[in-house]
Design a protein around this ligand. Structure first.
Ligand code: HEC
Length: 222
């Protein structure tokens, strides 16, 4: 369900930006006849796209893990772009049209930056308690679980929750995950849909995360 809304939202945003890009180019290039034709031709599709854009965006917002400052700026950009675009194209005002396009593109860029940034989290080994730093291979699995818990609380809890079953922002319930360890490592490293790719965690931290995530199934129905 969430994934469907997420992809529909991305598609609607893309179509919306594309349509406004073409309209703005026509306006700026003084192609008034072509612009009027396009406006007429896209009147209904544009209503559908904008409707989907706002509807899916609202759903994603309600389901989101936490609303960051970047997300608030994004919303402000989107909601200021709309009236500017409407007035701009009604009055055929080039400056307003370009401004609205910049606002909407900026909002899209911020959303992408937000996701990249979420995956950039790096946890310096030195910040971990001494006994949890670099548990050597073959050492007590408990040491891995301890490191995993610390990393999990910093990087994963916002979507998966303390017990792994929060399922915010479209996240899957980790208590019932059927993925094997390699599958878990792959999704942590590469991300999927709204899950960011965690590129900066060390191999030890990722392995420790998997060890910790594997303990979450013990909390099922507790
Ligand atoms: C921004 C939200 C978000 C954060 C933060 C996040 N995840 Fe996820 N996670 C997701 C989403 C969404 C999915 C489902 C992806 C899909 O299959 O569409 C997921 C899926 C997973 C899965 C696969 C579950 C399954 O059975 O398919 C694992 C394992 C996982 N996450 C581990 C982690 C770990 C470990 C962290 C911290 C390093 C983390 N996640 C941080 C959103 C998040």
């Amino acid at each position: 369900m969430y994934t469907g809304f997420y992809h529909t939202h991305k598609l609607a945003v893309l179509l919306f930006v594309l349509l406004y890009l073409i309209k703005t180019v026509l306006l700026v290039a003084n192609q008034h006849a072509a612009l009027e034709k396009l406006k007429k031709f896209t009147r209904i599709p544009e209503m559908v796209i904008s409707g989907l854009f706002l509807l899916t965006g609202g759903y994603l917002l309600v389901k989101s893990a936490e609303i960051s400052t970047l997300q608030i700026i994004k919303l402000v950009l989107v909601f200021s772009a709309i009236p500017v675009a409407i007035i701009g194209f009604k009055k055929n005002n080039k400056i307003l049209a370009v401004v609205s396009l910049l606002l909407i593109t900026g909002a899209y860029g911020l959303a992408e930056i937000n996701k990249k940034r979420a995956g950039k989290i790096a946890i310096p080994e030195a910040s971990l308690p001494a006994e949890a730093q670099n548990p050597a291979a073959g050492e007590e699995p408990q040491a891995y679980v301890a490191v995993g818990k610390i990393v999990y609380e910093q990087a994963c809890i916002s979507c998966h929750g303390k017990n792994g079953d929060a399922c915010l922002a479209g996240a899957k319930n980790l208590q019932v995950s059927k993925l094997d360890d390699a599958g878990k490592i792959a999704i942590i490293r590469n991300g999927k849909n709204t899950m960011p790719a965690f590129k900066n965690l060390t191999d030890t931290q990722v392995e420790a995360l998997v060890a910790y995530v594997n303990t979450l199934k013990d909390r099922l129905n507790k």
